[in-house]
Write a protein that binds this ligand. Structure first.
Ligand code: DGL
Length: 272
């Protein structure tokens, strides 16, 4: 394995860019290859079997790009497909759940932690199980927020409708006296300003991207795989549907121009 090989990321759409941003902030010289399954977003309302199948296809696509490590930059896929992926992949695989749960436990003082995520992540109790495994005394309050993903994909970051939907989803969280809220879907940090406004400034928002990025750095250092280049890394982005909206939101969110953005035909993913 070569140190200059890229780190691979996948998500159902733009959400995984929140993890890319955290990784490039920490390790700007790493090369990156990203796959957003925009033709099949959202994953969060699909069955576990379907999400596992899509995740395997995404991982295989990225392996063909010679990745040195895979970041499952999607909580839904991390909840249901991580073990399957680890069974057959020869590169290290990093998911979102464990780093997010660890960070929430270290941030929370009263150990009353809220978790918001897609229906799949919440129904699978991915965070609740992990938090309780790490600290059996923690109180966990969960809420699925399925409409947040299309709102983020649409770029409705400060829209009245987004605020109204956030208030509807999150009113119960305030009553539960949580002091930390896990953004258990990688799309949600894109809506962080509205979520913070609705839950109030005393609730700490926990984004798995930052601790996941630290884990990536530890893995690469531990295996002698950190890129030693003194230059900024290259980023390549692939999406499974027309890239126009993706480009617009990605460039705004990452604050830079995206030069390598390509559409992948679904047959290329499914014809293994
Ligand atoms: N961003 C993903 C997650 O973290 C998936 C959202 C979706 O496609 O429903 O769960």
């Amino acid at each position: 394995m070569n140190k200059t090989n890229p780190i691979g990321f996948f998500d159902s759409g733009i959400g995984g860019l929140t993890v890319v941003k955290a990784v490039t902030r920490l390790m700007p010289n790493e090369n990156i290859v990203y796959f957003g399954d925009t033709a099949r977003v959202p994953y969060g309302s699909k069955s576990n079997e379907t999400v596992v199948e899509y995740s395997i296809q995404a991982a295989n696509f990225l392996l063909r790009k010679n990745i040195k490590l895979l970041v499952v930059a999607c909580n839904t896929a991390s909840s249901v497909a991580l073990n399957e992926l680890r069974k057959f992949l020869t590169v290290p695989v990093i998911g979102m759940i464990e780093p997010g749960a660890r960070m929430a436990l270290s941030e929370s003082k009263n150990k009353r932690i809220g978790v918001i995520g897609t229906r799949a992540t919440i129904n699978n109790k991915a965070y609740a199980h992990e938090l309780k495994r790490l600290n059996p005394k923690v109180k966990v309050f969960e809420q699925a927020c399925p409409l947040f993903v299309p709102l983020a994909e649409e770029g409705w970051l400060d829209h009245k409708a987004t605020e109204l939907i956030a208030k509807t989803y999150l009113s119960g969280m305030k009553e539960n006296k949580i002091d930390s809220l896990i953004l258990g879907c990688t799309h949600y940090p894109i809506l962080a300003d509205i979520i913070q406004k609705v839950v109030g400034k005393n609730v700490k928002l926990v984004d798995s991207g930052t601790p996941a990025a630290r884990l990536v750095e530890d893995y690469l250092n531990g295996r002698g795989l950190r890129n030693q280049s003194v230059h900024h890394g290259q980023s390549e982005f692939y999406v499974s549907d027309v890239p126009t909206k993706f480009r617009e939101i990605a460039e705004t969110f990452l604050g830079r121009k995206i030069t390598h953005l390509h559409k992948v035909e679904l047959e290329e993913l499914t014809n293994e």
